[in-house]
Design a protein around this ligand. Structure first.
Ligand SMILES: [Zn+2]
Length: 237
């Protein structure tokens, strides 16, 4: 198992911004330590794509869309964690990696939703004082992950995710037409020929629209776990 730590810092001037990226790889088996360091100079037009402490957003929505996209480019998913509200206004929120927290799971197959206590986090705040426009600021960032990052698996998950109109179709076919998996698959393949359709995802999505399903709690749990990736854009954000 290779444990790695990534840390970055950024300096911004009027003409460009420099990104310093340090990655430390530690192989737990061989005890080999490798340090990779690079310095990237980016023109200011790339600044919008970078995450750094004190980065400012006009709203929580803008911040969350940014963090979501930024994390996907790094090869992981961000989810919401603790929140502090004051008079209904969100003042502080922590965002964590989807592999954060630790929980017991019987499923060893679905690694995309495994909770393994990953320490990555971003603390974001909307200060009450001297902040008339309710701007949102990145505070602390812990770039550390305890698992490899994989942009290819994120791209794969994105590609197989059902679009909102496909989800509407599945909901209609399940609740109104009572169609099964096979009929729904044929319909979707005909209507969306360029979209990959995986039986597991389709089955899970169908199950999610069958709240009165009497196939047992176990099946429903599995469905909600494997359906999570298909509905992340709705459920997590
Ligand atoms: Zn992580």
């Amino acid at each position: 198992m290779i444990y790695f730590i990534q840390t970055s810092s950024i300096s911004i001037s009027k003409s460009d911004c420099k990104l310093f990226n340090i990655i430390i790889f530690y192989d737990l088996t061989t005890k080999d330590l490798t340090v990779d360091y690079n310095e990237t100079t980016l023109s200011n037009k790339n600044e919008h794509a970078l995450l750094y402490s004190k980065k400012k957003f006009t709203s929580w929505d803008e911040c969350e869309i940014f963090l979501n996209e930024w994390a996907k480019r790094q090869g992981f998913r961000i989810i919401k964690d603790r929140v502090t509200r004051d008079d209904g206004i969100i003042r502080r929120r922590t965002y964590i990696c989807s592999h954060s927290r630790v929980y017991e799971s019987n499923s060893t197959k679905d690694t995309s939703t495994k909770k393994i206590g990953c320490p990555f986090l971003v603390n974001v705040s909307c200060p009450k004082s001297k902040n008339d426009e309710n701007s949102v600021f990145i505070n602390k960032i812990n770039y550390q992950h305890n698992h490899p990052l994989s942009t290819s698996s994120i791209i794969f998950e994105e590609s197989k995710k059902f679009t909102p109109s496909m989800i509407d179709d599945i909901k209609f076919m399940t609740t109104s037409c009572k169609f099964g998996v096979t009929a729904q698959r044929k319909f979707l393949e005909g209507k969306y020929p360029s979209h990959p359709i995986y039986s597991k995802d389709l089955y899970a999505t169908i199950q999610s629209f069958r709240p009165t399903s009497n196939t047992g709690q176990k099946v429903k749990n599995q469905a909600s776990i494997s359906h999570q990736s298909a509905t992340n854009q709705v459920a997590d954000w």
